[in-house]
Design a protein around this ligand. Structure first.
Ligand SMILES: *Cc1c(COP(=O)(O)O)cnc(C)c1O
Length: 421
């Protein structure tokens, strides 16, 4: 369910006409719908509300969309944040997310990043290695602080998703192999500045099967009971994020938040611990589109190319993961074509769709790449010295630029000729 609909022959984001918006801000640009984001967050929050100890924390995975306005929108609804860098921590705090709802994940947090988390007084560090246990203990001791940690386990389950976003397999770089968890807990408990109080797992992203998640959650429960029997006090269990979103209108959708919550309810029945969730994609994926103008069309030896002014530097997912985004005309067309949609970048990988049956758009027409709210703008770069794509947030009939297009002169100003040139 999203709020990008055709109205009077043109696609709108809520009550904002996307063609009119394109005239004002130029293309390409990302456009987010507040209502869609709010709806997805509240649907998820309400679905898991009674689980665990009855007070779950839904910590939005900031890496899916770290825009300040996005974070502030979610913060107002009570969202916490799952951050994976010092930069994301600073954004979550700046957006008004209280430290008591922030969890810090990541396989390679630096000492400076750990220190920033300790200073902010965040709820929990999800520690991913034995080495990090000792590092965090040192950092906390230097600040005279005691911090609560969860240990992220590698549950060794196959999440059955794309290899590049699969994080739960036995050989993934994430977490501590679950067999070593008791030893890691004992190691952490021996540090006076650490309080190991939780377990965490996150097995992958764009998950379309619930069974692997359920296996991981049951494993967390078994391990928590084992640790309690060994004398540790467990407070929280973080089951990660990963629920998939529908990218294609012509395919069956992945499990809904209600299906997911029913599975979690089953797997966590009778748990006394606080549950934590880290959804990213499912909150913001369908809440964003990338609007782009067709520069020209051209005929190859056998292919019909549509060349648009967005490129892989603006939306990397098709190039990186072979990901599918529906591409719709902002002014719907009845004529159909079979086309390969590409950007202007000098890489064959700069391809959004290969020989796809789609609406027949021509030079000057606008297209919308759907479901681009997650892992879109956040992965943008300035490759080919292209300006960073701007972001616009819509609420009802109002809109605001929430991230500026940086200008070529400003980008150039970051460089310097070396003194000998
Ligand atoms: C990326 C990530 C998430 C969010 O994944 P989604 O698929 O966007 O829900 C949650 N937790 C951790 C630790 C992550 O790395």
């Amino acid at each position: 369910m999203d709020h990008f609909q055709i109205r009077d022959g043109v696609m709108h984001a809520e009550d904002v006409n996307l063609a009119a918006l394109a005239k004002q801000v130029g293309t390409p640009f990302y456009c987010y719908s507040s209502a869609t984001m709010e709806r997805h967050f509240t649907v998820f929050r309400d679905a898991v509300a009674g689980l665990g100890d009855g007070n779950p924390l839904v910590a939005f995975a900031v890496k899916a969309n770290p825009n300040l306005a996005v974070l502030a929108t979610l913060a107002r609804l009570g969202a916490g944040a799952d951050v994976v860098s010092g930069g994301e921590l600073a954004r979550a705090l700046a957006a008004g997310m209280p430290a008591s709802r922030i969890v810090f994940s990541g396989v390679g947090k630096t000492r400076a990043e750990l220190a920033a988390g300790v200073e902010a007084g965040i709820l929990q560090f999800n520690v991913e290695s034995e080495a990090e246990i000792d590092m965090l203990a040192e950092v906390a001791a230097a600040k005279g602080a005691t911090v609560e940690i969860a240990i992220r386990i590698n549950p060794a389950v196959d999440p059955k998703t794309h290899g590049k976003i699969s994080t739960g397999g036995a050989d993934a770089k994430f977490g501590i192999p679950w067999e070593r968890l008791p030893a890691a807990f004992a190691q952490a408990a021996a540090h006076p500045n650490l309080r190991p109080v939780g377990l965490a797992a996150h097995i992958g992203s764009q998950l379309t099967k619930l069974e692997p998640v359920e296996d991981a959650i049951r494993k967390l429960g078994d391990l928590a009971r084992q640790l309690e029997a060994a004398g540790h006090q467990i407070k929280r269990i973080d089951v990660g994020g990963g629920l998939g979103v529908p990218y294609r209108r012509d395919q069956a959708p992945p499990p809904s938040p209600a299906d997911y919550a029913a599975m979690v309810a089953r797997a966590t029945e009778g748990w006394p611990w606080r549950l934590m969730f880290e959804p990213g994609r499912m909150i913001v994926g369908n809440a964003g589109v990338l609007v782009s103008e067709v520069i020209l069309t051209k005929e190859g030896a056998s292919k019909h190319f549509i060349v648009v002014d967005a490129a892989m530097n603006d939306l990397l997912r098709p190039s990186l993961y072979n990901a599918w985004h529906d591409i719709l005309a902002v002014h719907p067309k009845t004529a159909r074509t079979r086309a390969t949609v590409v950007g202007p970048i000098c890489e064959t990988g700069d391809t959004f769709a290969e020989d796809r049956e789609m609406e027949d758009v021509a030079a000057g027409d606008l297209v919308a790449f759907m479901t681009a709210g997650a892992y879109g703008a956040t992965m943008a770069s300035t490759y080919n010295s292209r300006p960073l794509v701007p972001e616009v947030m819509v609420k009802g009939a109002e809109w605001a630029i929430v991230s500026q297009r940086n200008q070529p002169a400003a980008m150039l100003a970051l460089d310097a000729k070396a003194p000998w040139l």
